[in-house]
Design a protein around this ligand. Structure first.
Ligand code: 4AD
Ligand code: MG
Length: 462
């Protein structure tokens, strides 16, 4: 007999039919005569109730069916006598796949702390909260591909190992096969990377953008969606050392087109979640964040505010507020400033543009004022920066000048510069942090709880 998933059983039940269900025991209760077992198979947040007549099963088997155990149940689907579920299974046979020692299984009690569940990330998928989060994560990944595919964008795979530092922040994990205890040295006494695996110094990518631009300047509109790595030592609820980023890159888009796409894209994803992840979102709204659904709808229904960095600095300077970090033109905005703009001043998502060029990456298109660049950051309530992007500098000479000013390795960037030498074009793009989006969509408060296996400073367990 073919196994049926609980989700299917509950969405289109056929009372009277014989079914086979397989899953993990969430709870067991009952008495000498009758036993009720709640089984979850991960396909939905809801459990199926299995009812077993105690006289029809061995005492030992019923004893071994404890929280966490895995079972297969054959039986008849019937309308439930009890409250809380429409249908249940009258078990005719139960096979025990795997026992779960009640003394040792970590997920016995209800209401574990998020910290405890992080330490048990190998088992936390079996909780309602993490089941919901990771089903939503899947749906968001699927929706991202659907959005771009429907728009005619091409999914471009950019390398995980690269020799360049897109953001120029030097926050890279080195990739090497050299013997760290005894590396080959060059004449100057430094490490001789020409003897390394790739014959040069390499690292894990911080962004697929530079390679993405190469794709966009031939295929028109592309997007990347892959893991990116930053060795920044920030232990915050918003930073991971390994996170997933979606980076669309579009030929012939200016900064305004770029903002329009970013707003449309994020709204599409939120709408998709509301339409396709209803039960999981309702659970999170009840258990994690009572304002979640209202906030998702609010973002859908309102236009994002668009102002320049210079205007933002004026608002922040005029605010009656003591900042931990000073506000001033030319200084980068901190999370406290971004959140003030979004959560208190405008009470809406905000897109900030035209940042001082000295606090932004080399590739951003310079404005005529000689001071600012066509950057855009999208700021979200509860999150801060969710998207960073820009129109790109397409002028070969201006780009080269900037690379030299910033003392970037010009020699290694020949291929990037070539796009500006041969058929350059106005183009733009942005990066959406997948886990920042997940924080927003799920209402979870720590980024470690929206990625299955978080990588953060001093933590690479599992
Ligand atoms: O603003 P960032 O650094 O921009 C770029 O990497 C550009 N190359 C993107 C582009 O234009 N194609 O990063 C983009 C987004 C941020 O807005 C944030 O959402 C996320 O990536 N992000 C992080 N998410 C989790 N942990 C970190 N350490 C992150 N750093 C950036
Ligand atoms: Mg940024």
């Amino acid at each position: 007999m073919k196994r049926i998933k609980v989700r299917e059983l509950l969405t289109s039940p056929v009372p009277g039919s014989e079914v086979l269900v397989k899953g993990w025991v969430r709870t067991k209760r009952g008495n000498k005569n009758i036993v009720f077992i709640a089984v979850n198979d991960g396909s939905t947040i809801n459990n199926i109730q299995v009812v077993a007549d105690a006289s029809a099963f061995s005492e030992q088997l019923l004893k071994d069916i404890t929280t966490g155990a895995c079972i297969a149940v054959n039986g008849r689907l019937v309308e439930s006598q009890g409250q809380g579920q429409a249908v249940e299974i009258n078990a005719s046979s139960i096979e025990l796949y795997g026992k779960s020692d009640a003394e040792l299984y970590p997920l016995q009690k209800k209401g574990h702390s998020m910290e405890f569940l992080r330490e048990n990330a190998h088992l936390r998928f079996r909780t309602n909260t993490f089941g919901a989060v990771f089903r939503i994560r899947h749906s968001m990944a699927f929706a991202i591909h659907k959005y771009f595919n429907d728009k005619g964008f091409f999914y471009l795979h950019t390398p995980v190992i690269t020799g360049s530092d897109c953001e120029g922040a030097g926050e890279m994990f080195h990739v090497t096969t050299l013997d760290l205890k005894n590396p080959p040295l060059n004449d100057a006494g430094g490490i001789d990377y020409s003897a390394d695996f790739f014959g040069k110094e390499t690292n894990l990518t911080v962004s697929g953008q530079l390679e993405g631009e190469l794709g966009a300047l031939a295929l028109g509109e592309i997007y990347t969606f892959g893991p990116t790595f930053r060795a920044e030592n920030s232990n915050t609820p918003r930073h991971l050392a390994e996170f997933w980023m979606i980076e669309p890159e579009m030929a012939f888009y200016d900064i305004r087109d770029n903002m329009d796409l970013a707003e449309d894209f994020v709204k599409y994803l939120i709408k998709y979640a509301l339409e396709n992840c209803r039960e999981d979102l309702e659970f999170l709204n009840n258990m994690i964040d009572k304002e979640l659904l209202a906030r998702l709808r609010f973002v859908l229904e309102n236009s994002f505010v668009r102002i320049s960095y210079t205007e933002a600095v004026a608002i922040l300077s005029a605010a009656d507020r003591k900042w931990d970090y000073p506000v001033g033109w030319g200084r980068d905005l901190q999370a406290e400033h971004e959140r003030y703009l979004v959560e208190e001043h405008f009470k809406k998502p905000v897109i900030l543009t035209d940042y001082p060029r000295d606090i932004k990456a080399f590739y951003m298109k310079q404005n005529d004022d000689g001071k600012t660049v066509k950057a855009m950051d999208v700021l979200f309530p509860g999150i801060g920066e969710i998207i960073g992007g820009s129109q790109r500098e397409e002028d070969y000479n201006k780009l080269l000048e900037r690379i030299r000013e910033m003392k970037l390795p010009e020699k290694d960037m020949w291929w990037y510069l070539d796009t500006r030498r041969f058929g350059t074009a106005p183009h733009s793009g942005f990066g959406l942090g997948f886990e920042r989006l997940m924080l927003f969509v799920t209402g979870m408060s720590n980024i470690r709880d929206v990625i299955p296996f978080p990588r953060t400073p001093r933590n690479a367990e599992f």
